[in-house]
Design a protein around this ligand. Sequence first.
Ligand SMILES: Nc1nc2c(ncn2[C@@H]2O[C@H](COP(=O)(O)O[C@H]3[C@@H](O)[C@H](n4cnc5c(=O)[nH]c(N)nc54)O[C@@H]3COP(=O)(O)O)[C@@H](O)[C@H]2O)c(=O)[nH]1
Length: 525
Amino acid sequence: MQPYQQLKRQIMLLATLAALLALVVSVVVGRSVTRPVARLADAARRIEAGDYAENLAVAGDDELSDLANAFNRMQGGIAEREQRIRHQAQHDTLTGLPNRVHALSLLEAALEHARSSDTRCAVLLLDLDRFKEINDTLGHAFGDSVLEEVGRRLRNAIDSDDRLARLGGDEFLVLIGDTDQASAQERAWSIIRALEAPLDLSERQAQVSIGASIGLTLYPLHATSADALLRRADIAMYEAKQAQRRVAVYQTGHDETHLRRIGLISDLRRARERDELRVFYQPKVDLRSGRVAHAEALLRWQHPALGTISPDEFIPLAEHCGLIHEITAFVLAAGLQQASAWREDGLEIGLAVNLSPMDLLDARLPDRVAGLLQAHRFPAQELILEITESTVMRDVQSALITMRALRALGVRLSIDDFGTGHSSLAQLRSLPVDEIKIDKSFVMRLDTNPEDTVIVRSAIEIGHNMGLVVIAEGVEQSGSLEILQRLHCDMVQGYFFSKPVPAEDFRRWHDDFQANASTRSEQIA
Ligand SMILES: Nc1nc2c(ncn2[C@@H]2O[C@H](COP(=O)(O)O[C@H]3[C@@H](O)[C@H](n4cnc5c(=O)[nH]c(N)nc54)O[C@@H]3COP(=O)(O)O)[C@@H](O)[C@H]2O)c(=O)[nH]1
């Protein structure tokens, strides 16, 4: 029995040892599998939380190491894609510059820095001139190339500490830290100069000239919040554009004008469909025949709340917001319809219509004019289009293309506001025009200001030497009329004859004028 008991104890001992060994082995094996799996689970949680900083340590070359390597590659891929998405959300795809959203956070950061370091910073809002025409006439792809090149020029023009962004469309923002007004203005001018040379669009084998206007505000002088600084920079930019000053610093108190402007722009978009636009007519009188040669179409806006708005105020707004082509088309159509109706009714006069600077850069204008002349069966030579001298001189080459195309239709052209645009005689001689209109600022005080007589006399001589018809506008007094007759001016226009009036009043005025022809010829002759 004893040997049996001993054997049994030995078997029990061996069995216990075997069981213990199995337990130890299973714990060791289990740990070598669960530890890496737990580390992978931790890494997955980090990635989920957006933390891609740490890679998993990889040792050995078993299946678990392969899995860890795959995890690291996946983490790298996600990090890269996330970085790309973040960059795309904050940058403009065309120029690669920070976009509006990012620009605002850059501005907030710049303001925060200026506040904490008690320094000043400047906001420069840049808007390209003529970009809309380039886009409209040469196409959006061409416009995109222009924006890319402008982005490159601006990058080169700014200092390394400045921040540059594209706010959208043709609007760019430059932030300058730790600066003062004089230095910021100097920087603005160097940016303007950088855009002066024609843009070389090599991929399109084209060159295009484009200018810019910059509005400037300073923190904390002009405002302390990002929103107000940007808004006031926009006000200054508009003023720079209107006054053709290129760079303007915000002037305190100009916000109300800006608010009225914004309101008017939004109302102007609906003015036509609400039937608030009216064309008035003012006579252009031929001094030799004593007859009315043309009726000049002058637009009026009858605003339902603000009353009559002057074209001096709303035409620049229409140009700014891209409505001017629509407005010009409206005046041309309404004027031609009215003048045709008068002609059918025995009143054989021509029509004069004003073109705005932007119309002259619109390559589609000649076709539109041709279509309207045909639609109203109006003789082309009886239509005279008035273009201001400064408009033509701003971009003579582009203006010439449209002017020649209009002239080819038989339409006549007049240089309006003559004497104010500083054009040289050589430039004038090269223009395909038929008439010059001496600006009213030289004519209105002709009877009392001898210096004006000198200017008007030389303008008449210049016009006649070039074989052009000369008209003087702003004739208010009989004394001025007499001087113009003595100086052999061909035509006159002004309140002395009639203010611009609605079509029915014009017709009545004209019939009276004709009926009193003999009395008048004594007066005029
Ligand atoms: N592109 C377009 N421009 C237009 C259009 N309609 C008008 N305008 C331009 O707006 C400016 C102001 O025009 P308006 O208030 O109509 O003034 C005209 C005349 O009333 C004024 N005038 C004429 N005679 C006299 C005068 O004896 N005294 C005096 N104080 N003012 C007078 O001059 C304006 C005519 O200007 P002009 O075109 O130079 O002949 C003006 O620049 C208009 O051109 C439009 O449809 N499109």
